[in-house]
Design a protein around this ligand. Structure first.
Ligand SMILES: [Zn+2]
Length: 86
């Protein structure tokens, strides 16, 4: 009988890239019952230090991250854009 994939395991590795000092979260998800890995959908393959990409096999999401104090939150960016538009 085919697995219905109802139990999940996930792993996140965080890497600090020595050359740039930037940070990357590497996320994987798999079914705990049958072991099948999940692909991440809707992301381009490759690497983007300002955004999100996926590995060539689709199984590892590569998410650019930064310490909270070093970047504006989406809310603050919206507020700044609104002020600039006035
Ligand atoms: Zn499964």
């Amino acid at each position: 009988m085919a697995c219905k994939h109802t139990n999940f395991g996930a792993s996140v590795k965080v890497a600090r890239l020595e050359d740039t000092g930037r940070f990357m979260a590497e996320v994987r998800v798999k079914c705990e019952d049958c072991g099948e890995p999940f692909q991440f959908l809707g992301l381009e393959a490759g690497l983007d230090m300002q955004g999100a990409r996926v590995s060539l096999d689709g199984l590892e999401a590569l998410l650019s991250i930064a310490p909270n104090s070093q970047v504006m939150s989406p809310l603050l960016r919206l507020a700044a854009a609104a002020r600039g538009a006035q």
